[in-house]
Write a protein that binds this ligand. Sequence first.
Ligand code: PLP
Length: 375
Amino acid sequence: MKVPLLDLKPQYLSMEGELKEAFAKVFDSQHFIGGPQIAELEKIVADYCGCKHAFGVSSGTDAILASLLSLGIGRSPVENEPAPEVIVPTFTFFATAGSVWRAGAKPVFVDIDPVSFNINCGLIEEKITERTKAIIPVHLFGQCADMYEIMEIAKKHNLKVVEDACQSIGTMQNGKKAGAFGDAGCFSFFPSKNLGGFGDGGMVVCNDDSLAEKLRQVRNHGMEPRYYHRWVGGNFRLDSLQAAGLTVKMKYLERWHKARAQHAEFYAQELKDVHEITLPQTMAGNRHIYNQFVILTDRRDALMSYLRENEIGCEIYYPVPLHLQECFKPLGYKAGDMPVAESIAKRCLALPVYPDLTKEQLKYTTDTIKKFFAK
Ligand SMILES: *Cc1c(COP(=O)(O)O)cnc(C)c1O
């Protein structure tokens, strides 16, 4: 039996007719940039997240960059002051910190909580300086960072909060959706996310009207009116075709979240007696949407080889914490600075958890894992 880490084909086939119809409308109109499909998707996502505004953008990465630029966080080439600082967890996908750097700000890394894998709120305040402008909490793998704590800290120190909710559209904390807590919330429609497009895409949500207005301009080269540029923005636009496909997919998102949660429940049941594995935990008040199902084990590399030999897909998210990435060497971090993230990077392994997995595939996966640990 084969169990890929992700197989998008069954999902596509289940809605092929509907999708092709939506795409055909865009083709017939030949309106590829800024078509009515964009506003339609934005309305649906804003409502889904409980936010006033939503802006389709070109990717999750650009969602973060456009948010930072719109909040005025970054440095222009004509300034002489030291770079502003933005606090980010060290254990996340590169884009969280890469966008900070590209905005002209300095990423300041914080270690993570060993249970949730999200930023350790107890370590944030010691990193705040007079140059700190924002915090970017990441809702990693599908559950929220401790937004109550983070918003408290941000309020106390007058910091902006940009939520990296790229893996977490639909996640909730105490009933409130990811993206709705901070000044801006960023989503990715990269095909492997819970809501995946047919290429790259993303969304920014926010509640503030003036920030919304600026975001609208920044995503289109800071232009208002046409060919008059108020800000240096970028081409951060979402395509009409992507919006059309994503609007169709939004109808099924909750169903897919539920299927992922059921798979996670199955894994938890089947693997609970395998003492060499630590299963992912959902923190109190959180809804987990399992963009990834990540286990920890000291025998990670051997388990990974064994699963792959048995045609079970698995992956390491992420093998190198950001403070140890080559491109961030100038920031001066060294091995040992963030012990929790460094340890988890050596022990984490993501198992297949996409909605269309069959019971047989799930059972084969857990049986294979049990067999490995019984050896
Ligand atoms: C996927 C992801 C991004 C970037 O999204 P893209 O659409 O691929 O640019 C940013 N942050 C996190 C945590 C992600 O998982």
